[in-house]
Design a binder for this molecule. Structure first.
Ligand SMILES: Cc1cc2nc3c(=O)[nH]c(=O)nc-3n(C[C@H](O)[C@H](O)[C@H](O)COP(=O)(O)OP(=O)(O)OC[C@H]3O[C@@H](n4cnc5c(N)ncnc54)[C@H](O)[C@@H]3O)c2cc1C
Ligand code: FES
Length: 262
């Protein structure tokens, strides 16, 4: 983990209220893995006081570049959306455990909802580079909110889109789209997911009933981001009847779906 100042190389609104931010920071670009995140100090002032966590959506290690996708949410992301090329931003990272790719065999199904797509773009590229077959399922409320994922993915990744209002792709929830495919021909070796809690809850039920191993990247409100404050604790199963609290920032953000107490 390093704390360093990254230079803004590019910032672009790629979907409604959704921004692509390309940063130059050699060590972060070289050391980051899919599922890890950076904790950004949005300004050098006291407001906003806390750093903001963002998944690493991709890297170009040979150029010393990494990028994130962020959605406008509150005060911090509003300020971040106004940052300009050449400005610097303090980043702590790479943080968290990342996805475990050692056990992954067969078709990898990646399911992302909203801004949860970000870590899956990095994961899709990494899996493809190791010759794995990848299918991405990505959903949002409506077409304008979908980021143009094909622009960020290597060729060969199958992309399946869903919108709740039907303005692009399947009409309905992305979990409904995946479930309908699972009832027909789809046979994933493993599922990787990131998105709103309700989406993950539904997906956990699907994965359990179909006995498909799954890894979920969780989002919790964070303060320190390095395991010191316990602010991001989630309840995790530890045996038949016992549960423990684990820190999303340090022990996660990626957990086995069957471990999480929803
Ligand atoms: C591990 C991790 C990875 C993330 N990756 C991304 C990403 O790639 N793209 C993206 O758009 N968003 C991501 N988020 C959510 C992102 O951190 C919040 O949207 C952002 O912090 C909101 O800040 P704000 O000041 O605009 O909002 P405010 O609501 O004003 O923030 C107030 C506080 O709540 C926290 N907070 C608000 N929403 C969330 C949230 N959904 N999750 C965690 N903390 C939150 C903020 O960090 C801040 O401390 C991630 C969150 C986590 C924990
Ligand atoms: S944010 Fe402090 S322990 Fe996770």
């Amino acid at each position: 983990m390093i704390s360093s100042r990254a230079r803004v190389v590019e910032i672009e609104e790629v979907a409604e209220r959704c921004f692509y931010l390309l940063l130059e920071e050699k060590t972060l670009a070289a050391k980051s893995c899919p599922g890890q995140f950076i904790h950004m100090r949005i300004t050098d002032n006291f407001f906003p006081f806390l750093r903001r966590p963002f998944s690493i959506a991709g890297t170009f290690p040979e150029k010393g570049l990494l990028w994130i996708i962020f959605r406008l949410s509150g005060a911090g992301t509003k300020i971040l959306s106004r940052i300009r090329r050449g400005e610097e931003i303090e980043c702590l990272g790479p943080l968290g455990n990342g996805f475990n790719l050692r056990k992954s065999t067969g078709l990898a199904v990646l399911l992302g909802g909203g801004a949860g797509i970000a870590p899956l773009l990095f994961l899709a590229k990494t899996l493809q580079e190791s010759q794995k077959q990848v299918a991405l399922y990505y959903g949002a409320s409506r077409a304008a909110e979908l980021i143009p994922v094909q622009q960020f993915l290597p060729r060969g990744v199958e992309v399946n889109l869903a919108t709740e209002d039907g303005s692009c792709g399947f009409k309905g929830l992305v979990t409904d789209l995946l479930e309908s495919r699972l009832q027909k021909e789809l046979l994933p070796g493993e599922i990787f997911a990131c998105g709103p809690r309700k989406m993950m809850q539904s997906l956990a039920i699907i994965c359990r009933s179909k006995k498909i191993p799954a890894q979920f990247s969780l989002e919790e409100r964070m303060a320190c981001g390095i395991g010191a404050c316990q602010g991001c604790a989630v309840e995790i199963k530890a045996g038949e009847k016992r549960t423990v609290f684990k820190r999303v920032c340090r022990d996660g953000p990626v957990f086995d779906s069957c471990e999480v107490v929803w």
